[in-house]
Write a protein that binds this ligand. Structure first.
Ligand SMILES: Cc1cc2nc3c(=O)[nH]c(=O)nc-3n(C[C@H](O)[C@H](O)[C@H](O)COP(=O)(O)O)c2cc1C
Length: 365
């Protein structure tokens, strides 16, 4: 009897299995509005997994750092997402919107008029970012957020959470991983503030915890999860000595808030630093809600980690990106399509909705 393939509960939700589609930015949302191509893409994958977490979706014009990523702050965006959630629910998966404010990982070329690249401190990330207009450009120095800007950003998360519920989502995942705004507050290299949002971990965690608390107050604690990347170095987030202690503090505080789940990132298979098992175990111990683990899982490792009680759900990214019928393939022991990295972020259906399926499965009655 497979745990991976059997139904389970996530808070009040019944999931058709324990497999989660990881959030995957695909840059098909021309004009930052979800479209019919995206409806097709998510619907293709909705019979495979219990829960879909959308691509990073911005709560604010300021958070649209990459080209063609969707938002969830305008009426047109909410209307577009409604079509996605309806198509996904018709195929029996549940769906959470990942709320991603890119912060300093952005470029004025990618932002709508009037928006700006903002961050906890005026510290540019090393490296470059892609823009449609001019190709690769160095990361700009962001504008340091004032306390009023911080309040506005938290209100944007709240409105985005409410919009997500209006759009038919089952909940939201705060993107607190991979070097975006929330992690920019957590980490000392990008947060040099001397006010209540910088310095000690109590202060650096404040933005994440206030955003989570406010989202919970707006839509309910069983509708809010968070993704974190302890030891992650993506987007110029170097290691520092207090890393483990800082994340244990976060685990405890998130537990006190009663969040639905914590979703941990592990990109070591993509060349990122190793994520020690001890930090995953610490989250399991300190956080009493559901724990989602991700990073280079196949069916066997997913099953074994579920059986060992290391996680409640397992998320996969590249395998489901390239195999809309992943569960059918895993159950049949069939071979998998390889993901084509050259079309991860390009516009149009190629490498997006054209990965072949083994069989066209009729929906159960
Ligand atoms: C094309 C692509 C886009 C991604 N976009 C996001 C994103 O929007 N938000 C996020 O939290 N992680 C993002 N990730 C990371 C994935 O969610 C996942 O953690 C990673 O692919 C490792 O899992 P895997 O080995 O199953 O692919 C992305 C990864 C890929 C390959």
């Amino acid at each position: 009897m497979s745990l991976l393939f059997s139904p389970t509960k996530l808070g009040p939700l019944t999931l058709q299995n324990r497999l989660v589609m990881s959030p995957l930015t695909r840059n098909r949302a021309t004009g930052n509005v979800p479209n019919e191509l995206m409806v097709e893409y998510y619907a293709q994958r909705a019979s495979s997994v219990g829960l879909i977490i959308t691509e990073g979706t911005s709560p604010s014009p300021n958070g649209l750092g990459y080209p063609r990523i969707p938002g969830i702050f305008s009426a047109a965006q909410v209307a577009g997402w409604k079509r996605v959630t309806a198509a996904v629910h018709a195929k029996r998966a549940k769906i959470f919107a990942q709320l991603m404010h890119t912060g300093r990982i952005g470029h004025p070329n990618n932002l709508p008029a009037g928006a700006s690249v903002v961050a906890p401190s005026a510290v540019a990330a090393a490296g470059e970012i892609y823009t449609d207009a001019e190709g690769m450009k160095p990361h700009p120095t962001p504008k340091a957020m004032t306390e009023a800007d911080i309040k506005t950003a938290i209100e944007e998360y709240v409105q985005a959470a409410k919009n997500a519920i209006a759009a038919g989502f089952d909940g939201v995942e705060l993107h607190g991983a991979n070097g975006y705004l929330i992690e920019q507050f957590i980490r000392p290299n990008s947060n040099r503030r001397t006010d209540a949002y910088g310095g000690s971990i109590e202060n650096r965690a404040r933005f994440a915890l206030e955003a989570a608390k406010a989202a919970i107050a707006a839509i309910g604690k069983d509708k809010v999860g968070i993704r974190l990347s302890p030891y992650g170095a993506f987007n110029d987030m170097p290691a520092y000595p207090e890393m483990a202690a800082d994340y244990v503090y976060l685990a405890r505080q998130l537990n006190a808030l009663g969040l639905l789940y914590v979703h941990l990132v592990d990109h070591s298979s993509m060349g990122a630093p190793k994520v020690p098992q001890s930090i995953k175990d610490a989250f399991r111990k300190e956080f009493k809600g559901a724990l989602i683990l991700s990073g280079s899982y196949d069916a066997a490792r997913a099953e074994s980690d579920l059986e060992a009680g290391k996680a409640d759900l397992i998320a996969v990214g590249r395998p489901i990106l390239a195999n809309p019928d992943l569960v059918a393939r895993w159950k049949a022991g069939a071979s998998l399509n390889a993901p084509d990295a050259s079309t991860f972020y390009t516009p149009g259906p190629k490498g997006y909705t054209d990965y072949p399926e083994l069989t066209k499965q009729p929906l159960p009655a």
